[in-house]
Ligand binder design. Structure first.
Ligand code: GLN
Ligand code: ZN
Length: 763
């Protein structure tokens, strides 16, 4: 180890899908065998070298490398250490084929499981490890990219997932003995990190960033010991580059003090999610000979940084560490590339926003202000300040009517009457059969629907013609459901591009972007709306469609809305007021929509909250506050209706364990919940949580093209009947059907109806 050079202004990672989603196009062409390996690799090379160039031109001293990925960085790590499951490696083919087989599955070989990356909307692939796993330095990606960046004249800082987080994010493979913990493999893994560090140094890295975001969540003493042991061990190696350990998405708390006492050279810390971390750093004596990489620019939201607040934070650290560099709070993976391209945005709103490229410049500006003095960058600081002041003073972001209405709401407005009374009123009003059958809302989006939407957006088709195509589709979907024999129908959501964007486009206070794509997983990208002001509803958003569908049938049609928590979770939200306040505003808009649906004669209204679990804070001492406001927002949205109006909610995409009491507290009359893959286990969990209202456990896994047979669904329903009285059960798929095709959906729904009929016949 040479005397460490300051890392200097940097970012912890950069977007990788390309400004125009070039990676998505390349991947999809490759999978469809329209382009070969060489072409795909060339697109990847161009994307990363462009990224380094953009960052370096903007003034970054140290450029992160290995933050590009062909699919996912956790999968990259498992591949790097030769730890992909044998079911994928045994398939043969090239390295890239094995890699994509693990990512996406191949024929009968299932992919790795995919799950959310901490509390973000990015999904990673979960490595599967067992006592037999042997790690080797199998791949060369970080080493190659370091050499590549070095060759182009940059100062590369390879970014690799740290060993402890890698093991904590992994799960035991299905053949591992009960009780096996991947963390027990740590001592087998560390020598391979030692080899990697050496190889990275030889390739020209003077410092390596090891990411340990798992330590922004609660960790046991044993896990903290593993962290201590790891960095003692890696830090005591003689032939290695400098080590910078990064934590993000929350305060590292105890882990900070553990890491400070290991022989690593630098700690990168998120100072946005919890400003109090500044105090913890400033008073930690063991940092005196280290570098702090101070994450004061928000890496996951899109607002311009308040430079004075940020500088105040980093300046406090100058006395407590040997070196201080300015950085983002986390990787910029979670934000789009460049706000300057958003020419359709209101220029004033645009001026308040910073995407990746703008954030890189903020980091550089702040680092100069810190080290060269504010005077050296006076004009730039003044300009940055002016934008933030303009946003703070923007009175037109406020809507006093909305605020006054929220003030006037009383606690009882977020409470419905007694469930037994509601259930009786709904029984009389709806007259549904035992174990009613329904769907979660969306039906497959046909070519025709997609084409009509694209044509409408491009101005080739006018609003009336577009509406007509949608109405025809609604009619077709209603007729199909009647013919299949479902009990509670839906309109099918053909008019919705996305369950959040559809509402954001109609609500005041939201803006849509044109190019603001963010990777969700692999080739999938989303374009989160920007929630910048008070939320107002100009008028009904969904009533026309629900009313039309209801006019076609005597069966009840379920109105379909997205809940406040999910709308927040999948948007970039304002940071100038507590999330709870923003949630209340969204809830009020949904409440008005619920009211209008009810007035239009819709007797069942579903408010989806699939993201309820996603926003759960990483630290358990913050759970209660979050769940309180999340539940209140849902209840505000849904409590303004008559006892006879039936409120449904829907949850999916997650392990519900920690939020089961909150699901109960939502007080929905009917809760549909993903359950097919876990074979109805969630019902026992709901029972344990004291849940006593109606529930629709999903009996058709819509993530798979497989069509479940009637016997299989009947089995699942019988399992459900064993757990929950049949009077409280509904039969439905796991989630919406929009990602599937009719050839699968039609038979699956027929089997669902047959299965429910068999259960009724059992009685
Ligand atoms: N109603 C939505 C649909 O069916 C729900 C989607 C979801 O849960 N993600 O598409
Ligand atoms: Zn769902």
């Amino acid at each position: 180890m040479n005397a460490p050079q300051r890392i200097g202004p940097t970012v912890l990672g950069y977007p990788r899908v390309g400004p125009d989603r070039e990676l998505k196009a390349a991947l999809e062409s490759f999978w469809a065998q329209r382009v070969d390996h060489a072409e795909l690799l060339e697109v990847g090379r161009r994307l990363r070298t462009d990224a380094w160039q953009r960052m370096s031109e903007a003034g970054l001293a140290s450029v992160p490398v290995n933050t590009f990925s062909h699919y996912d960085h956790v999968l990259d790590t498992a591949h790097l250490f030769g730890a992909l499951p044998e079911r994928h490696t045994a398939l043969g083919g090239s390295e890239l084929d094995t890699y994509f087989a693990a990512a996406r599955g191949a024929d009968d070989t299932p992919a790795l499981e995919m799950t959310k990356w901490f509390d973000t909307n990015y999904h990673y692939l979960v490595p599967e490890l067992s006592p037999d796993t042997r790690f080797t330095l199998h791949g060369t990606k970080p080493v190659d990219e370091t050499r590549e960046a070095r060759g182009l004249g940059y100062r590369p800082r390879p970014v690799v997932l740290g060993p402890v987080t890698f093991l904590l994010l992994s799960k035991p493979s299905s053949d591992a003995p009960a009780g096996f913990s991947p963390l027990s493999l740590l001592d087998r893994l560390l020598p391979v990190y030692v080899d990697l560090l050496r190889a990275l140094q030889e390739a020209g890295a003077d410092v390596v960033q090891l990411d340990e975001p798992a330590f922004a969540a609660d960790r046991s003493p044993a896990e903290l010991d593993a962290l201590r042991h790891t960095y003692q061990r890696l830090g005591s190696e003689v032939r290695r580059p400098g080590i910078c350990v990064a934590t993000y998405f929350g305060p590292p708390r105890e882990a900070l003090h553990v890491l400070a006492r290991t022989p690593v050279e630098a700690l990168a810390v998120d100072l946005v999610s919890d400003p109090d971390t500044v105090d913890a750093l400033a008073t930690e004596p063991a940092l005196r000979d280290k570098e702090i990489v101070a994450g004061v620019v928000d890496g996951r939201n899109i607002w311009r940084t308040d430079v004075d607040t940020a500088l105040g934070r980093v300046a406090r650290l100058l006395g407590s560490a040997d070196r201080v560099s300015v950085s983002t709070s986390c990787s910029l993976l979670h934000v789009p590339y460049d706000v300057e391209r958003e020419t359709a945005l209101d220029p004033r709103v645009r001026s308040w926003l910073a995407f990746a490229d703008q954030k890189v410049r903020e980091v550089v500006l702040l680092d100069r202000a810190l080290h060269e003095g504010r005077d050296a960058v006076d004009a730039d600081l003044a300009a940055a300040r002016a934008v933030v002041t303009d946003r703070t003073r923007a009175t037109d972001l406020r809507d006093n009517t909305v605020r006054a209405r929220l003030e006037a709401l009383r606690p009882e407005d977020a409470r419905r009457g007694d469930y037994a009374v509601r259930a009786a009123a709904q029984r009389d009003a709806l007259r549904l059969p035992l174990m009613p059958t329904t769907t979660i809302g969306s039906f497959p989006q046909t070519q025709e629907v997609r084409r009509a939407r694209a044509d409408h957006r491009a101005g080739r088709v006018d609003a009336d013609a577009y509406r007509q195509v949608m109405r025809d589709e609604v009619e077709r979907v209603v007729r199909l459901q009647e013919e299949i024999g479902l009990d509670v129908l839906v309109h099918g959501e053909p008019e919705r591009n996305d369950m959040v964007q559809y509402f954001a486009e109609q609500l005041g206070g939201f803006a849509a972007t044109e190019h603001g794509w963010v990777q969700s997983y692999g080739s999938r990208c989303v374009r989160p709306p920007v929630l910048y002001g008070d939320v107002t509803r100009g008028g009904p958003m969904t009533v026309e469609w629900a009313r039309y569908a209801q006019s076609l049938t005597t069966k009840p049609v379920k109105g379909m809305l997205t809940g406040p928590v999910t709308i927040l979770a999948w948007s970039f939200v304002r940071d100038d007021q507590p999330l709870a306040d923003t949630a209340r505003q969204v809830a009020l808009a949904i409440r008005d929509e619920v009211h209008d649906l009810e007035s239009a004669g819709i007797r069942i209204i579903q408010v989806d909250e699939p993201a309820l679990r996603e926003l759960l804070p990483l630290r358990s001492d913050e759970h209660k506050a979050y769940l309180d406001w999340a539940v209140t927002a849902f209840r505000m949205a849904t409590s303004g209706v008559a006892a006879s109006t039936q409120i449904h909610t829907h949850l999916c995409y997650s392990e519900f364990g920690e939020v089961l009491p909150a699901i109960d507290a939502l007080d929905a009359d009917v809760t549909s919940i993903e359950a097919a893959r876990s074979r109805m286990e969630v019902l026992d969990d709901l029972n344990d949580a004291g849940f006593s209202r109606a529930v629709g456990p999903g009996v058709y896994d819509i993530h798979s093209p497989r069509v479940p047979g009637a016997a299989e669904i009947t089995d699942l329903l019988r399992t459900a009947v064993d757990a929950v009285p049949v009077e409280r059960l509904w039969a439905n798929p796991d989630c919406g059907l929009k990602t599937r095709g009719y050839p699968e959906v039609e038979p699956a729904l027929r089997h669902l109806v047959t299965a429910a009929e068999r259960i009724r016949a059992d009685r």
